[in-house]
Design a protein around this ligand. Structure first.
Ligand SMILES: [Fe+2]
Length: 416
């Protein structure tokens, strides 16, 4: 899949003071254009009807994603920083605010699929209006406000990249409900796992720093960098494959309660899970819905669309564990694991909690990450749907343990 990047943007907003302001304006304008174009490129595979559908409460319509990321720039960048800016449509903030309580009331998430109006052309006009205003602001912001403005452009771009991934995971979920097995992109090819030695490799034991280090962008949940005690543990070089998962299925993994956490077993029963999300049997062979449509399950590919509950049960079945997020990060920093990025997010056994000393920012943007730090589990790495330039070794993705519509897989760990 073609990708775009923020990676040629300035390394941080503060860099504007170190280089000429004009050069910084150009770089941020170009970064803004690249990321905004990638969203439209991903949406361009979809019809107007495709872009309206909401297949479950956790997923959002493509049209909503396109409008919501636009609202983010309007709400957090333009309104506070451009006195001349005119809200495109006074009804839109209610429709396209996601969860920012401090930014005002909002439409109910499970009903986003009912918003047939504004239509796609209205959303395209909204995007064009905000694009022009953001570019104007980038080009004209006074020097004493430039660092502040560029820093909000920066978080807006990383936010939009997160929604680029969700756009794909959400439409795949919708297409998987459609008996005609729609194809998002016939040319889409899954990334092949790395070859090379399998087995387990040592993670450096002892007390080690974990969390973001550097001068570029990171989300607040990757900080503060802090020390963690790493036990003697070994981590799998490779992601768990479909072939390995099939052995779990065929050994009765989904019908053996002793392998499951109690909450997980309850979901297996309630949902009738017998295999990963989107897997179906045809004539005795397993198939799976992918972005290229319904395909035979490739035994060598990484298993995907599994929940934390399934990852945990598989690890128990295998006599192993899931790595903690700190173990994963150290192994990835050491370069000893394959396919850390670009195929499937990897569930860890770490609950999504604040790092020691973490404080969310003041104001509405402080709601970005901090208020979700309960009842969810951390995934590390990135997936085939993650836009280029959005990956970081310290990146903390997080989902509820029953979620499996993301491109989520696992790698194992073992204690000595
Ligand atoms: Fe968002």
């Amino acid at each position: 899949m073609a990708r775009t990047a923020v990676s040629h943007a300035p390394r941080s907003a503060g860099e504007a003071s170190a280089h000429s302001l004009d050069a910084a304006r150009l770089r941020w304008r170009d970064a803004f254009r690249r990321v905004r174009a990638e969203t439209e490129k991903r949406a361009a595979h979809l019809s107007a009807e495709d872009q309206i559908v909401q297949s479950m409460a956790d997923a959002s319509p493509t049209k909503w994603h396109r409008a919501h990321v636009t609202w983010f720039f309007e709400q957090f960048l333009l309104v506070p920083n451009d006195p001349a800016y005119k809200i495109f449509d006074q009804r839109f903030p209610f429709l396209f605010n996601s969860y920012y309580v401090a930014a005002g009331p909002r439409h109910a998430r499970p009903q986003r699929g009912l918003i047939t109006r504004p239509n796609g052309a209205d959303v395209a006009a909204y995007r064009a209006h905000v694009d022009a205003a953001v570019e104007r602001l980038i080009e004209t912001v006074p020097a004493d406000k430039a660092a502040q403005v560029f820093s909000i452009v920066e978080i807006g771009l990383h936010h939009e990249q997160q929604h680029q991934e969700l756009l794909l995971t959400d439409i795949l979920h919708a297409f998987a409900q459609n008996p005609t097995d729609p194809v998002y992109d016939a040319a889409w090819q899954p990334q092949r796992p790395a070859l090379g030695p399998r087995g387990f490799v040592d993670v450096p034991a002892g007390i080690h720093p974990v969390g973001y280090e550097g001068e570029g962008f990171c989300f607040d949940n990757e900080t503060p960098r802090h020390e963690e005690l790493i036990p003697k543990v070994r981590i799998a070089r490779h992601l768990v494959s479909n072939a390995e998962w099939l052995a779990f299925v065929e050994a009765g993994g989904y019908t053996t309660p002793s392998l499951w956490l109690s909450d997980g077993w309850a979901v297996v029963q309630a949902e009738g899970w017998q295999a990963p999300g989107y897997w179906r049997q045809h004539d005795g062979a397993w198939h799976s819905m992918t972005l290229a449509g319904l395909k035979s399950v490739d035994p060598a590919a990484s298993v995907m669309h599994i929940s934390y509950y399934e990852a945990d049960a598989f690890a128990r079945f295998a006599g192993k564990h899931l790595p903690s997020e700190a173990e994963w990060e150290l192994a990835a920093r050491a370069g000893v694991i394959a396919d850390a990025f670009g195929i499937a997010w990897q569930w860890t056994r770490s609950a999504y909690l604040p790092y020691p000393g973490y404080r969310a920012a003041e104001g509405a943007l402080g709601e970005y990450n901090g208020k979700f730090m309960v009842s969810q589990m951390v995934l590390r790495g990135s997936s085939l749907a993650t836009p280029e330039g959005h990956e970081r070794v310290s990146y903390r993705n997080f989902f509820y343990p029953g979620a499996r519509w993301q491109f989520s897989g696992l790698r194992l760990a073992e204690f000595e």
